[in-house]
Design a protein. Structure first.
Length: 92
């Protein structure tokens, strides 16, 4: 049984496709997206306060560790797996 529309030959004897310049300018869509994000955040959004809250949450996450947990945490910080206190986080 043969296919209804066989694959056309390619190469010098087959049909050739010409490259067409294709560009899409997404500037207006990006501006609209950013405006919508800012509108969704609302007028009371305070990025500095958000960063302070993230820092407080990070400190709380690693507080109260027992000796073994603290040792493991220190090893992970030394290995660069976790950032140390004030090291590399945006709120630091």
């Amino acid at each position: 049984m043969s296919p209804h529309s066989p694959t056309p030959p390619t190469g010098p004897t087959g049909p050739t496709a010409e490259l067409v310049d294709f560009a899409v300018d997404l500037t207006s869509q990006e501006i609209l997206r950013r405006a919508q994000v800012m509108a969704a955040l609302g007028p009371d959004w305070d990025p500095i306060e958000v960063l302070r809250g993230e820092e407080a949450a990070y400190e709380l996450l690693y507080s109260g560790l027992d000796t073994a947990q603290q040792r493991l945490y220190d090893d992970l910080v030394a290995a660069g797996v976790l950032p140390g206190s004030g090291g590399g986080r945006a709120a630091a």
